[in-house]
Design a protein around this ligand. Structure first.
Ligand code: FAD
Length: 401
């Protein structure tokens, strides 16, 4: 019977283990992760959990008993240190060795560190794991001031949650706008205004040059005072095991449409992969999102159990800040223009990115109908009338017809 070992018990790894059983895999499954907890969801760590609106039970992907009930050997607190594709083994830091017939790598990503003076200070915070989130939460509260270095999604969500907990927050972004790498200018401007309206100080074109006692030093000499500093400047793929084992890697571990690596007995899924996106012409991306982790878990579990490959999905992502629900589908690859629909100032709108007459990406703010229809049109590669698209009097149903 085929034995499957999964390294990394996060969103992708935990889902793959459950799907293998659901798809009828009868052989042994070992799910080994270095964190102390059973697989849990990370999105609430910067949102509901941080604000005290969700407890640990609510974070868990599945109740802890699920794994024993489904004959999945869950090993927590174990770090894989080497894989041997030829001998089909994985070695852990505690000296134990597991053999496998099929291996799934699901080690996620790690917060990127800045190389500036003070970057190794033990009081600096990052936000990837539950342990990180517990440290951050302990540093927040009325009268505290949080400096967030990096205006990406995680940083902005943490700033919004800090405000909800009564703390002051300042976001420091090096580029001339927040979300510069990942969103349109319309969206950046909207979120900047929204955070400012909620009392967050947003500094752009502000380069952090050192972490010091009492705050963060900027390139122009200013010291931004803070009681706590959260560094959220992106994440890097945890692909060291794969690289050391000689698997093909780019911006993460290179996989195909079935999440298979350059070794036919090894799969890789989730944040750590550099994967082709069929609905975007097969171009490779490294995506950091729950829907991506779920899609690739499905691909690997289907391939290992000999099921037909699942239908390729349009990549998507969400972010919650204050009462704003952002949903993004597709990627702006090759887009040559944008169409804005709805009321930006009123906080209900969508930005459509078009390549020629086809939608390749939609950013929807409190606009679920635009998100759903946009996602469908991206999936179908359907041509769209830009004039109708911009006109809110024309329903999305009619636009998509
Ligand atoms: P992870 O869930 O990170 O799991 C990887 C696991 O592997 C970790 O537990 C890690 O400790 C373990 N591991 C690493 N190396 C080893 C090793 N050598 N041996 C054993 N174990 C190892 N996505 C969204 O779509 N929407 C959101 O709103 C959203 N919000 C987020 C908010 C925060 C604060 C964070 C951190 C992420 C958020 N994401 C969001 C991203 C989403 O959580 C990730 O894309 C998803 O968790 C990826 O799943 P994964 O299994 O690839 O990685």
């Amino acid at each position: 019977m085929t034995k499957v070992v999964i390294i990394g018990a996060g969103h992708a790894g935990g889902t793959a283990a459950a799907l293998l059983r659901q798809y009828g895999h009868e052989g042994p499954i070992v799910l080994a992760g270095e964190e102390p907890a059973a697989p849990y969801q990370r999105p609430p760590l910067s949102k509901a959990w941080l604000k005290g609106e969700a407890d640990l039970e609510a974070l868990l992907l599945r109740p802890e008993v699920f794994y024993a009930e489904h004959d999945i050997e869950l090993r927590t607190g174990v770090t894989a240190t080497a894989i041997d594709p030829a001998g089909k083994t994985v070695t852990f830091a505690d000296g134990t060795v597991e053999t496998w017939d099929a291996l799934i790598l699901a080690t996620g990503s790690t917060a990127r560190k800045l190389s500036i003076p003070g970057a190794d200070r033990p009081d600096l915070l990052e936000l990837r794991s539950l342990a990180d989130a517990e440290r951050l939460k302990a540093a927040l509260g009325p009268g505290k001031r949080l400096a967030v270095v990096g205006g990406g999604y995680v940083g902005l969500e943490a700033a919004a949650s800090a405000r909800a907990l009564g703390a002051e927050a300042v976001v420091i972004e090096r580029m001339d706008r927040v979300l510069a790498r990942v969103a349109s200018e319309t969206l950046s401007a909207f979120f900047t205004a929204h955070h400012r309206a909620h009392g967050v100080e947003v500094l752009t074109s502000a380069d952090v040059v050192a972490f010091e006692d009492g705050g963060v030093r900027l390139g122009d000499g200013r010291l931004v005072a803070a009681d706590a500093v959260l560094v959220g400047v992106g994440a890097l793929a945890n692909d060291a095991l794969a690289r050391a084992a000689g698997l093909a890697c780019g911006n993460g571990v290179v996989v195909d449409e079935a999440a298979r690596t350059s070794d036919p007995a090894i799969w890789a899924i989730g944040d750590m992969t550099f994967r082709p996106i069929p609905v975007h012409g097969g171009r490779r991306h490294r995506l950091e999102s729950v829907p991506n982790a779920l899609e690739q878990a499905k691909q690997a579990a289907a391939a290992i159990t000999g099921r037909p490959a699942p239908t390729p999905e349009v990549p998507w992502f969400w972010s919650d800040q204050y009462e704003v629900k952002l949903q993004i589908a597709g990627l702006p690859d090759g887009a040559d223009r944008q169409v804005v629909r709805g009321d930006v100032e009123g906080g209900a709108f969508a930005v459509f990115h078009l390549a020629g007459d086809r939608i390749v990406c939609v950013e929807a703010v409190n606009a679920p109908a635009e998100f759903m229809a946009g996602r469908q049109m991206i999936s179908r590669g359907q041509a769209v009338d830009a004039v109708k698209l911009a006109d809110r009097a024309v329903s999305m149903k009619e636009v998509a017809a």
